[in-house]
Design a protein around this ligand. Sequence first.
Ligand SMILES: C[S@@+](CC[C@H](N)C(=O)[O-])C[C@H]1O[C@@H](n2cnc3c(N)ncnc32)[C@H](O)[C@@H]1O
Length: 225
Amino acid sequence: AGPGGPQEASTTPSKGRSIPANSSVPGATDRARERDPLAKDDREAKILAVLDDLDQHRRGTMNVPREDGRMLRVLAESIGAKNVVEIGTSNGLSGLWLCLALGKTGGHLTTFDIDPGRFELAKANFHRAGVDALVTQVLGDAHEEVLKMKDPIDLLFIDADKAGYLDYLNKLLPLVRPGGLIVSHNMASPPPDPEFVKALTTNPALESLFINMHDQGLGVSLKKR
Ligand SMILES: C[S@@+](CC[C@H](N)C(=O)[O-])C[C@H]1O[C@@H](n2cnc3c(N)ncnc32)[C@H](O)[C@@H]1O
């Protein structure tokens, strides 16, 4: 994750009228991708209200851009994720996107952070979003703490110290279930560790692609069945 912030919407004339243009997807419009998620029920509305608030007060929390958060939710919900592991909680913003899915899948998030201040911020945010019961927070160095994980993982989201991604992958890939996903943040910016990219793209057990590369970049890797 990184500083984030709203994207500039450029305007290009088309058939005599102006429409917002998406710079990276020819023919697409920003209108669709920037439309706010719609709450299906009260539980979603409560989480989305906290996400809106956090989006307006991003300061030093290095959160994923909104589009990446939405993608995390879509991925987690579509694979019916029960066990989601996140490396890098910060103030809980990406965790809340995941909780939108976990509220539907009956799943659980275990999220790691080394920073006590951000750990407490996340705790407060999970509480006010009403998702405490869906989340286990672990305070400590994730390089050590993940070694205690034993259960199969449906979705692993890596968004902590960039030089540590390969170590997290090496330690947790054996736990990711066949058909599970590894989602890696900052695959475009800041530049990722080439060894980590190599590990994602040269392992025949993985199908990896990289999306939202116009922004900070999100790696999505399927552990093949
Ligand atoms: C980019 S932020 C995470 C942003 C969060 N995923 C979001 O989008 O809301 C990275 C976080 O990783 C944490 N971190 C850095 N090194 C760590 C480590 N060795 N173990 C656990 N957490 C670590 C930092 O304290 C920071 O809060």
